[in-house]
Design a protein around this ligand. Structure first.
Ligand SMILES: Cc1cc2nc3c(=O)[nH]c(=O)nc-3n(C[C@H](O)[C@H](O)[C@H](O)COP(=O)(O)OP(=O)(O)OC[C@H]3O[C@@H](n4cnc5c(N)ncnc54)[C@H](O)[C@@H]3O)c2cc1C
Length: 501
């Protein structure tokens, strides 16, 4: 394979993981990244001794990470110093009380469920048992799979398995079958935001996220989530992958329906046999390819449902924050209105649910001694328009809400470092379509066979990887997307275990 020259556009998790697989297999790999560092959404920002993970903070689905490291012949513990968070997270119910901690241990979590709804624990156990069963089916039959056609997807075997997964009902109605209390319903559904979806629109198959959350638990690599990026860069470099940072690609070149190479923004035209784009799919298709080479037309993009964007605050805080755990969630009372203001009537949510991460609670290396590192993520509509003044005012409102709900009355006065990142930054930094934080939402018609494929329909030798292809959003899914693209490239679309790479 040494004679095959491969270019990867974008050093996000999908691009880096594909670089690991292909370089290990012997391909001559070069990764082109527009930004100053690898990682894409999984990169870092450092200021005055505070080290902020810019995007992901939840290390979920450890089985998927183990599988990937195994695939490239590495021991995960040689790269990541993982700890299991205990409790996993704390939830503050605005106006609905009480504040609760969840442990990813059903017996320990039982009193929380019983306190919120008497007699609910028996139903929760049934729900979790099903979630675990659904997770296994999804992993074994659907997620690690490339599909060529609708017939491939709707085989009798998969129809039978798919029906077991409640593909046709929505999460909200599915959860209502088990519990009545709106706070428990929220606990079982907030994970959908990780998939860019609302409970009123997400197919019930995504109850598998409850197994991930309540049975498998939440982990953290010491040093920060960016350690995952570093590990993937190190592994790919070990096998010869080269990196060109600060090098945006401006064109993917083709001839007679086949890829011939790419052109960088500096005008360098470089020949390649294979190109894999990990850049945002809409950007790749509409900015890097000429019209006749595009797999998807404008009508297609007009109909896509985008995952939310987000208002992100990176705060360096003087002194310690006693009331916070590593992961904290503040839930609004009117859940339905909040989702509607994100997905149906885009406005700044007037009573938002949001997430606060304080990784310095577990990891002293991410903040100077005696200070806290605080990351806040407020889901908002993708493409929301705003002035800088509106952004600043909304950010202040969020800080006031944290002060009140988490009982930190002087938070505002203790802020030493403050950076705001929002819709326009997602567009500028990642070329993200409509400034979405996560990409295409996981609606039924943007899942599996209905999600953009990892192979160009028009150009031979052109492949896609990352959150906008299969299986979808999130760091573990992007690792799988790399494996799926790799199987396409080696022309064995559903190769079995690959640890003999
Ligand atoms: C705020 C936030 C919180 C999140 N929290 C979690 C979490 O807790 N857990 C989790 O698992 N996931 C989380 N996610 C999702 C996860 O980060 C993403 O799904 C994943 O990192 C996306 O990886 P990707 O492979 O799609 O590449 P991306 O991260 O999208 O990277 C693509 C890369 O392509 C580059 N690029 C774009 N255009 C060009 C070009 N023309 N030339 C060269 N390079 C280009 C970009 O600069 C970027 O580096 C979060 C995301 C965000 C934004």
């Amino acid at each position: 394979m040494k004679d095959k020259k491969v270019a990867i556009v974008g050093a996000g998790i999908g691009g880096l993981a594909t670089a690991c697989l292909l370089s290990k297999k012997g391909f001559d790999v070069t990764v082109f990244e527009k930004n100053e560092q690898p990682g894409g959404r999984c990169s870092i920002f450092e200021k005055d001794g505070f080290l902020f993970d810019m995007g992901p903070s939840w290390y979920l689905m450890p089985d998927v990470f183990e599988h990937f490291f195994d695939l490239v012949g590495e021991k995960i513990q040689d790269h990541l110093d993982l700890i299991k968070l205990n409790p996993s997270y704390r939830v503050f119910f605005k106006d609905e009380g009480p504040t609760v901690d969840l442990f990813a241990d059903l017996e320990k979590d039982a009193p929380v469920f019983e306190k919120l709804e008497k007699g609910s624990f028996k139903k929760i156990k049934e729900y979790m048992k099903k979630s675990e069963e659904h997770y296994r089916i999804a992993m074994d039959k659907f997620i690690y799979k490339n599909y060529d056609s609708i017939f491939d997807f709707f085989s009798l075997d998969l129809i039978i398995e798919g029906l077991k997964l409640n593909i046709l009902s929505k999460m909200q109605s599915y959860v209502e079958r088990y519990v009545k209390d709106s706070r428990i319903q929220k606990l079982l559904q907030y994970q959908l935001v990780f998939l860019g979806n609302s409970p009123y629109n997400a197919p019930a198959i995504y109850n598998i996220m409850s197994h991930v959350d309540f049975n498998m638990g939440v982990f953290y690599p010491q040093g920060g989530i960016y350690k995952i990026t570093e590990a993937l860069v190190n592994i790919s470099k070990k096998y010869g992958a080269k990196y060109r940072l600060n090098t945006p690609v401006s064109k993917i070149n083709t001839e007679d329906g086949k890829v011939t190479g790419l052109t960088t923004n500096k005008g360098d035209e470089i020949p390649f046999d294979i190109v894999i784009s990990n850049a945002d799919l809409h950007h790749t298709e509409t900015s890097l390819l000429s019209e006749e080479d595009r797999s998807y037309d404008q009508k297609y993009w007009d109909k896509r449902v985008l995952a939310p964007s987000g208002l992100v605050l990176y705060l360096g805080v003087e002194g310690k924050i006693d009331n916070a755990l590593h992961h904290n969630l503040i839930f609004s009372k009117d859940w339905k209105k909040n989702f509607s203001q994100i997905f149906d009537r885009p406005v700044w949510p007037d009573d938002p649910s949001f997430y606060i991460c304080v990784p310095s609670k577990t990891d002293p290396s991410v903040a100077p001694e005696g200070k806290e590192n605080m990351f806040v993520f407020v889901p908002i509509a993708s493409d929301l328009d705003y002035s800088e003044e509106q952004l600043g005012t909304y950010a202040d409102r969020i800080i006031s809400t944290i002060q009140k709900e988490m009982g930190i009355p002087d938070l505002n006065k203790r802020i030493l470092v403050k950076r705001i990142f929002c819709v326009k930054d997602f567009k500028d930094r990642y070329n993200s379509f409509r400034g979405s934080a996560l990409g295409l939402a996981h609606t039924l018609f943007q899942t599996a066979i209905f999600r953009p494929d990892n192979t160009s329909k028009k150009v031979g030798g052109l492949f896609y990887t990352g959150g906008n292809t299969n299986p979808g959003i999130g760091v573990p899914m992007c690792l799988i997307s790399a494996e799926l693209a790799y199987k396409r490239i080696i022309k064995n679309k559903n190769a079995g275990p690959l640890n003999k790479l």
